[in-house]
Ligand binder design. Structure first.
Ligand code: FES
Length: 277
């Protein structure tokens, strides 16, 4: 691969286009498969985006009335367009036009939370934005402005998306508790409950492992010894934080699997495996 044209011509830009950089003819001297990781990341993110978009607009098979299973993609369901029983927090909104997803209140914040996540930033900056694609591989962009301008300056709002994500995790937890419902009423327990609970536990783990959460609990302290409770919480959050990337990918998978399970049961394609009632 040849080097970016501007770099060869004058070197008047920034980063790899800077005149202070060595003039190397090749874009990279790496001979390993450095492109594999960005390629897999792009593929993984694309699968989730396509699946979530289709399901969010489908408006069907998101609620299992017999067992009160509600997919997280439609929670909270707050409009008169939601099927009876699926609106755990009432219906303050009337009928919604078909182009509006029924989970319209939570979806933008969940999307904002993931898009501004420190891990996902690293992932899509490298794989989608190619800025840079990998260590020691020149990026194709002529100018680097970082996160100082629109739209990337919005990344700085991650902490506020985190606060909303906490509320949404509480909503999902409430949904999972209500789902312990038997077909004839009262307590019930099936494979769907296992799916919903595992999903919500992992969502909590991902949310609490957030870098903003770590900073909120233990940041800006001069002496940990004077704040033993905050220090203890910070150490626990740090342990989760070390697994943030793993949790980011795992929860993308469990979100899709949970939704898929609810869809299959709701549509009658499979029957829920019941342990109680
Ligand atoms: Fe990833 Fe906050 S850094 S969710």
């Amino acid at each position: 691969m040849s080097a970016p044209a501007r770099g060869r011509a004058g070197g008047s830009g920034t980063g790899v286009f800077s005149g202070a950089r060595a003039r190397i003819a090749d874009r990279t001297l790496r001979t390993d498969r450095w492109w594999l990781s960005p390629l897999l990341t792009t593929g993984g993110l694309a699968v989730f985006v396509v699946y979530a978009t289709i399901r969010s607009f489908m408006r069907d098979f998101y609620w299992v009335d017999a067992y009160h299973y509600l997919t997280p993609f439609y929670s909270p369901c707050l409009s008169d367009s939601c099927v009876p029983g699926s609106s755990h927090f009432g219906t303050p909104f009337g009928e919604l036009p078909g182009i509006v997803p029924l989970g319209f209140l939570a979806l933008p914040f969940l999307l904002g939370f993931r898009l501004t996540c420190y891990y996902y930033r690293k992932a899509y900056y490298r794989s989608v934005w190619l800025s840079p694609p990998a260590c020691a591989v020149a990026e194709p962009h002529a100018k680097y402005t970082g996160e100082t301008r629109l739209p990337l300056i919005i990344q700085n709002a991650h902490r506020y998306f985190f606060y909303v994500a906490l509320i949404i995790s509480l909503v999902n937890t409430y949904d999972a508790i209500l789902a312990f419902h038997g077909e004839t009423g009262g307590f019930g327990f099936g494979l769907g409950n296992v799916v919903l609970v595992v999903n919500v536990v992992l969502l909590w783990a991902y949310t609490l492992s957030c870098h903003s959460c770590r900073h909120i609990t233990g940041g800006r302290l001069k002496h940990f010894s004077k704040h033993p409770v905050r220090y203890w919480i910070w150490t626990q959050i740090t342990k989760l934080n070390n697994r943030h990337m793993t949790l980011a990918w795992t929860t993308l998978g469990t979100l899709m699997l949970t939704d898929l399970y609810v869809m299959l049961v709701s549509s009658g394609a499979i029957a829920d495996l019941r342990f109680v009632n």
